[in-house]
Design a protein around this ligand. Structure first.
Ligand code: PHB
Length: 402
């Protein structure tokens, strides 16, 4: 975080705080003044998520999780109700800055919760670095968000892309795999997960022999699967998610590769898709910061509450949305609901210990979770925890000056 940005950011919060003595009824005031009245008005929350396209289910799970954290607190964070403003970002990076600006300028969102897609997250980062709006990112792993673009108002409750595949190197070395092919969509998430894997695998003496890409969100995998069959690596590592992941798993099996070349991935490959893929994912091993069968008090309670509220099993996306709610609640409780006390809010969020269904986590200096990475194996309809593949893995936060 440059001095310039920090100063600018604190200045805008100070300007808002200066209004907080206003005594006229909030309802009659323009939004910024009503906001400046502090604790009386509802907190304006912008939800920027994919509600259409390949990542639709992911967006819905995040919103469900966030709302569950709110419901558990009686519909209020630190005594304040929330008002939601929603934008469907369509996982479309070219529209990202405009969509984020709708929330910031038109809707006067005081905090943005979003999004899923790394390319869209880069657009949000640009907007909130300029406006100073508080941003909690409940999924998109774009490394830069808590790397070169890190800022006091930018928080992430999910992962960096690098984090999700880094532990696979150790796991695969232990299985005796010496060569691997990485296959993914050609955009930041896939490319950065490839780098995280390559670094981890090659440090262990493995060799990444080929990177295979197709444009997001295409699902014509056939030609690339033929290429894998010809290369015959010891193992394949993949990042796909949502509907694309389900299709990939089925195609991998249909191409006759399942059972021949072991398949690994970041856990998104098998999270939230097992109902849709029959036995195509059976035995696939992945690393991720959440798993089935953790059997902790917190996770069991979360799962029960989620199923009760939504008649659906939660997944990693639901957990990340839930933790976005928990993080915001922790910050707001520390400042007694006063969104205008941005410095206090940020300080409290930075030092929060989140009691998450995934296990307890804290934030790094760049505001990314420091968390355990689980090895999971698909057994039936579950991503069963095998062990902790890497304890308290922190993203290297390359380029962050915080
Ligand atoms: C991303 O674009 O950062 C992304 C999308 C879906 C996932 C994981 C990461 O499941």
């Amino acid at each position: 975080m440059s001095d310039y940005n920090r100063r600018d950011f604190l200045k805008s919060s100070a300007a808002l705080a200066a209004f907080s003595g206003a005594s006229v009824a909030g309802a009659l005031l323009p939004v910024s003044l009503a906001q400046a009245q502090g604790v009386a008005a509802k907190i304006r929350v912008g939800l920027m998520l994919p509600y259409t396209g390949t990542y639709t289910q992911l967006g819905v799970a995040i919103e469900n999780g966030f709302r569950l954290a709110l419901a558990e607190r009686g519909g209020k964070f630190a005594g304040r109700e929330l008002e939601f403003f929603k934008v469907d970002d369509e996982s479309d990076p070219p529209k990202a800055a405009e969509n984020a600006n709708k929330l910031v300028q038109r809707d006067k969102a005081e905090v943005i919760i979003g999004t899923v897609h790394s390319g869209v997250a880069m657009g949000i980062a640009k907007v909130v670095r300029e406006s100073g709006t508080l941003w909690i990112n409940p999924n998109a792993g774009a490394d830069d968000v808590t790397g070169a673009l890190c800022a006091p108002n930018i928080f992430r409750t999910s992962f960096s892309n690098w984090q999700t595949t880094h532990a696979l190197g150790k796991v695969m070395k232990a299985k005796g795999h010496k060569t691997a092919v990485f296959i993914t969509w050609k955009y930041a998430a896939g490319e950065q997960m490839m780098v995280g894997f390559k670094e981890g695998f090659e440090k262990e003496g493995g060799k990444l022999v080929k990177e295979l890409y197709l444009p997001f969100p295409q699902v014509e995998f056939q030609a690339l699967l033929t290429e894998i069959a010809n290369i015959k690596p010891d193992a394949v590592v993949a990042f796909f998610a949502g509907g694309g992941a389900a299709k990939f798993l089925k195609d991998y099996q249909a191409a006759g590769l399942k059972g021949k070349i072991p398949l690994y991935g970041s856990g998104f490959l098998t999270d939230g898709v097992l109902d849709a893929v029959g036995d195509a994912a059976e035995g696939v091993e992945t690393t991720l910061h959440y798993a089935d069968g953790l059997n902790t008090k917190k996770d069991n309670a979360f799962r029960l509450a989620y199923v009760k509220a939504y008649k659906l099993q939660p997944d990693v996306y639901a957990v990340q949305g839930y933790d976005a709610g928990q993080l915001l609640a922790a910050g707001l409780e520390a400042v007694k609901g006063d969104m205008n006390n941005k410095a206090g809010l940020i300080k409290a969020m930075e030092s929060a210990k989140i009691d998450s269904p995934r296990g307890q986590w804290t934030l790094s200096k760049s505001h990314n979770p420091v968390q355990d990475m689980y090895l999971r194996r698909v057994v039936g309809k579950e991503n069963k925890v095998v062990n902790v593949a890497w304890k308290a893995l922190a993203d290297p936060a390359r380029g962050c000056k915080a």
